[in-house]
Structures are given as C-alpha cells and as structure tokens.
Design a protein around this ligand. Structure first.
Ligand code: LLP
Length: 439
C-alpha cells in the first residue's frame, strides 16, 4: 500500500516539503507545542467512525456501534463520538467519567472487564449504566446485589462473554478466544452454561445476549466467522435447554489495521457484509429470532489511523559495521507496542517529505532499556540532528499504555482540522509526575 494510506486522510506535503495534517504544518506544530507530540486528525476520526456506523446500519436494521475506549479516550473524543451517535465499551471508572462528562446516554454504554471491582460496578450503576458484559461468576453475584441496592425494581441486562476456543492468529498477547485465556467463559468446558443458569436465579438480571472477542489486530476473518457460528450454536443449544432468547449479539472488535506498507487494513465493508450475511443465514438455519440487536465494538479500527506521533531527532550514532541508530525524544514511554508485541511501524521525515530514502536506520527511543527501539529497520533520507520524525498509525493503544518510565513526562496531544490546532492534553509537567509522592 502507499504510505499515504498509513497517514490521516488530510495528509499533504506543503510547499516547504513539510508534512501537513488537518491543514496544519507539523513542523510549526512541533515548534509551538514541543515534542514528542501526538496529533489527531479530526476529519479522519469523523470519517472512520461515520463509515463504520453507516456500513453496519446498512447491513443490519437494529445495529449499534460501540467504540472500545481502551484504544484511546479523552474528553474531545467523547464529545465527537457522542455527536456521531456511537455507543461505548468501557472498562474503568475514569472511562465512565469521561463519557458522563460528555453527556453520553448510559443506555448505550456497556461495562466490560475480567475483574470489575465493586467500586467500578457501583460507579457504573450510579451513572445509569444497565448493560454489563459478564466475564466471571463474581460479576453475576455483584451486579445482582449492588444493582438491587441501587434501584430495587430495575432489571440489568447482561451479555455473557463466551470463549469459543478459536485462535484468531494474532500476537499471543492479543489472542483472547482460546481455551487458555483469562477472558470469557468457556463453551466446551461448560462454564458458560453454568453462568447462564446462575444469572437466571436472579430476578433483577436478564441475560439478553452473548458476546465474543477473540483477539485484537485480527486479519483472519475465517476465525471470526467460525467464532460467530460457535456462538450461534450456543444460542440454539440454550434455547432448547432452558428457553434462552438471544436478543443481543456483540461480535467484539479486533479489526486489523496496517502499520506499515507491507500490511493491509481489514476491509471493513467486506467484513461487515460477510459477517452480517453469515449471521442472517446462521440465525435462520438454527430457527433463531432474526430480529436481534447486532453490536460491534472496535477500538483501533476507528482511531489508529487518525493519530500521528511526532519526535525530534537528538542523536545519530553510527556503529561501524553494525548499523546506525537515530535516537528520538520519545520511545517506549509513549509507545510500548514494539517492545511488548514486536509491533512494526514506519517512519517519515516530516520536515523533508520529498527527499528520497537514502539509508536504513534503527530508531531508538530515549528510555534506559535496550529493547526501546521503535523501528529496527527504517528506510529514511539522510537524517540529521534536529530533524522531525513522524510515525503514522499512532492513534490507538499508545497514549493509553504510556508510562513515566525514567520519570519522563507523557506527551501533549493536539487535535488538528481545517487549518486549526487545538491542544487537547497539555504535556505532563514534572510537578504532575511527582504530585502523588509523599515525604
Ligand atoms: N472488545 C473487547 C472486549 C476488547 O478486549 C478489545 C480490546 C476491543 C473490543 C477492541 O479491540 P480493537 O478493535 O481495538 O482491536 N494493547 C494492544 C491491544 C489490546 C486490545 C485489548 N482489547 C495493542 O496495542 O495492540
């Protein structure tokens, strides 16, 4: 694929040979806001979310698109996604709080998590959330108990997260639907059925549906369809056994995204068409109700491409007969994905975009860790101190997984669009980092 397909939709090269995003010159942005800097392109955020929503709704009457907030969550995003009509998959109190402040309708917020704490469940209840995705037996008892205390006559709607024992063929750390996974309840081992029966005991709980999410950064659509079939088999089996009525089906997220030119992003249109066709046929073949609510909950697929990370080159070190390291002012503190998953990325020289690639460099971060190398082999023009490197597809799972390793402040975030740049998160200060330490 072309390098443009990795960048936000508004990416251009301007007359100065600088990368431009959302009508803003990124070299000027780096000067104004400092580096490392995370840029989000508003137009790309809008297009990705609107396209997914329209594609889903075109294929299924009663469809809900949830955004998985773990991919990146911030007040500006919450306002945008609320305006666009998305629902949310949330997993913590702070994620709920951001949604609440943006005025999200709690009816379309689903609480996830493999160890929802009592405090989280109570916070969810207090915010008006009534949908919970059950991942263990403790969830059931807690939601029933705290739910009754919160509103004695309210019914809470549960989806059971199933573990279908299907390999999504992604990185081991992102594979969640196999027999040995901390997520979900097994179909074959009978745990899911036991959970369904445990839910039925509580008058204030209604098992409205099933959920599966077999992994993240998935390209194997056969595995996703196999999981769908396995889950529909469960629905049919439980209907026969205890009159289970499937009303909501959540097919998870995990849509694979290209991070370099050698990869291909999952074709959302084809995927949703094929999935809904398989779903319709699968429901019919099993004599199940076809008027169900279909839910999808991608994170990365909606946001990854909207983000670009910008770094300043501070050192170029040529190791004779080995290789040349470029050291940038960020690294594993703001992007742990290469170190954690061996994730690949591609870099661009943002201040000399038209120059031809001249050599291969390793792009090292500034953290005290040998594994802090963002790109092992990056082809770039001759690169010098002070140059600006842009790493595209930086919108998902980078800032949310950022750390203060070496006590280095986390980056600032700027939203760009129509020639305007707005700081949506200020750079962390030294005082911010030290604020929690007591004498
Ligand atoms: N639904 C559930 C239940 C999930 O656990 C996840 C992601 C999603 C939806 C959204 O998946 P997505 O569409 O974003 O792939 N830190 C890793 C990814 C971890 C994903 C965790 N769960 C990474 O940097 O690639």
């Amino acid at each position: 694929m072309a390098r443009w397909q990795l960048l936000p939709h508004t990416a251009r090269v301007n007359a100065l040979q600088h990368l431009e995003l959302g009508g803003c010159d990124v070299v000027s942005l780096a000067e104004q806001f400092g580096t490392p800097l995370y840029l989000y392109d508003e137009a790309t955020l809008r297009v990705q979310a609107t396209d997914a929503l329209n594609l889903l709704r075109a294929q299924w009457n009663d469809a809900t698109l949830l955004y998985a907030t773990k991919a990146y969550w911030a007040p500006f995003l919450a306002r945008l996604y609320r305006e666009l009509g998305l629902g949310l998959d949330v997993t913590s109190e702070a994620e709920i709080l951001i949604a609440q402040h943006a005025g999200f309708d709690p009816e379309i917020i689903y609480l996830h998590g493999n160890n929802k704490t009592p405090a989280e469940i109570r916070a969810a209840l207090a915010s008006g959330i009534t949908h919970f995705v059950v991942d263990n037996f403790e969830d059931i008892a807690r939601i029933a108990e705290f739910g009754a205390a919160h509103a004695p006559s309210r019914i809470y709607r549960l989806l059971l997260r199933l573990s279908p024992n299907i390999d999504a063929h992604t990185h081991r750390y992102m594979t969640t639907g196999v027999a040995d996974s901390k997520f979900g309840l097994g179909i074959q081992n009978g745990m899911a059925e036991r959970a369904a029966r445990a839910i039925a005991v509580h008058a204030n709980l209604d098992l409205v549906g099933l959920h599966f999410h077999i992994g993240s950064q998935v390209f194997d659509t056969d595995a996703l369809r196999e999981a769908l079939a396995a889950v529909l088999d469960v629905a049919a089996d439980w209907r026969a056994k205890f009159a289970f009525d499937l009303r909501e089906l959540n097919i998870g997220g995990g849509w694979g995204v290209a991070y370099d030119q050698a990869q291909t992003t999952l074709d959302m249109d084809a995927f949703l068409r094929n999935t809904t066709r398989a779903l319709r046929a699968g429901l019919r073949a099993r004599g199940l109700n076809e008027q169900i609510k279909l839910i999808a909950e991608p994170g990365r697929g909606l946001i990854a491409r909207a983000g670009v990370a910008l770094y300043r080159v501070g050192s170029v070190k040529e190791l004779p007969n080995v290789r040349t390291y470029i050291a940038i002012d960020g690294g594993m503190g703001d992007n742990v994905r290469p170190a954690l998953y061996n994730a690949s990325y591609q870099a661009l020289l943002a201040n000399r975009m038209e120059e031809r690639d001249a050599r291969e460099y390793a792009i090292a971060g500034r953290y005290c860790e040998q594994g802090d190398v963002l790109i092992e082999r990056a082809r770039l023009p001759e690169t010098r101190i002070g140059d600006l490197l842009a790493i595209p597809v930086a919108g998902a799972y980078q800032l949310p997984m950022a750390s203060n390793y070496n006590l280095i402040p986390r980056p600032a975030v700027v939203l760009v669009g129509d020639g305007h740049a707005r700081l949506t998160r200020r750079r962390e200060s030294l005082e911010d980092m030290l604020a929690c330490d007591l004498e």
